[in-house]
Write a protein that binds this ligand. Sequence first.
Ligand SMILES: [Zn+2]
Length: 177
Amino acid sequence: MDILAHAVYGATVCSRTGLGGGRQGGGQPWWRDRTIWLALGFGVLPDAVSMGPSFVAYCMAGMPDNFFHQFGGNGITLYRCMHSLVIGLAAVAILRVARKGLALPALAWPLHVAMDAVTHADGKFGTTVLYPFSTWMFPGVRWWEHPGVVWGYWLALTPIWMGLMVWRRGGRVIGGR
Ligand SMILES: [Zn+2]
């Protein structure tokens, strides 16, 4: 899944203003809900941490070749660590104890892994959900080879937000009686 979609899905699912807020939501303008921004950050974290340093080095070298073709070495190990459900969920569990307020937005990390699992396939950018215990990769569909998948996950956001608005409106009516 592309990194911008990861950011938007993280904020949509793992913030108080989004689905994570349940029926009541954040109860404030969305931009003042800090869990939106934290979820957005955790949503891009797996790609930013694993590919960010290599991308900076690639830019400083004058962008030779194709970034994704020459990405390798330690970057791949880091990519597998950051794209592991085991590691992502362990991080959420640690944050739940250390900084409880971060636990909900931090779920955007394992959400990123789960969504990559179905939108990547075997290969360099396969999703090693059980890493470091196994390098097995979920047999998903490569989003960069299937534009329909990209259209699908972007278009799905509209009914999700509309459904959320309707659901919340129902909650207010019940609460007002
Ligand atoms: Zn990713």
